[in-house]
Design a protein around this ligand. Structure first.
Ligand code: AMP
Length: 113
């Protein structure tokens, strides 16, 4: 199966500004930031969409949130941040390898567009 763009980042085949990595996950700066802080936290396992997450993935997906919290603390995001995961093209998903967006550094409106 051909690697997706995030698998190429994991394998260092394309560059990214990686800020965190462990056995399960990797986090890097979004190439097209929508806020002053915009980090993507992704699993190393290929899961194409949130709707494909199954029982066996609970630890992996939970881990993404634990790492997001750690990054937020490390970056001193005391005023808050948003965690978002898009499912499907209509919801704005453009890369089909699940990723948690961590957005901060400005006031974020709600509801999102
Ligand atoms: P989504 O639209 O929810 O699938 O989010 C995909 C995100 O990946 C977008 O915010 C893109 O800007 C970001 N992105 C795409 N390619 C890269 C890349 N090579 N390095 C970093 N971020 C990327």
């Amino acid at each position: 199966m051909e690697k997706n763009i995030f698998e190429k980042i994991i394998d260092r085949e394309i560059p990214a500004d990686i800020i965190y990595e462990d056995k399960i996950s990797i986090a890097f700066k979004d190439i097209n930031p929508q806020a002053p802080i915009h980090i993507l936290i992704i699993p190393k396992k290929r899961i194409e969409m949130p709707e494909h997450i199954d029982e066996n993935d609970k630890d992996i997906v939970g881990h993404l949130f634990v790492i997001a919290k750690k990054i937020a603390i490390d970056l001193g995001l005391k005023d808050g941040y948003r965690l978002v995961m898009n499912n499907g093209e209509i919801a704005g998903q453009s890369v089909f390898h699940i990723h948690l967006h961590l957005l901060s550094g400005r006031r974020l409106s709600w509801p999102p567009g």
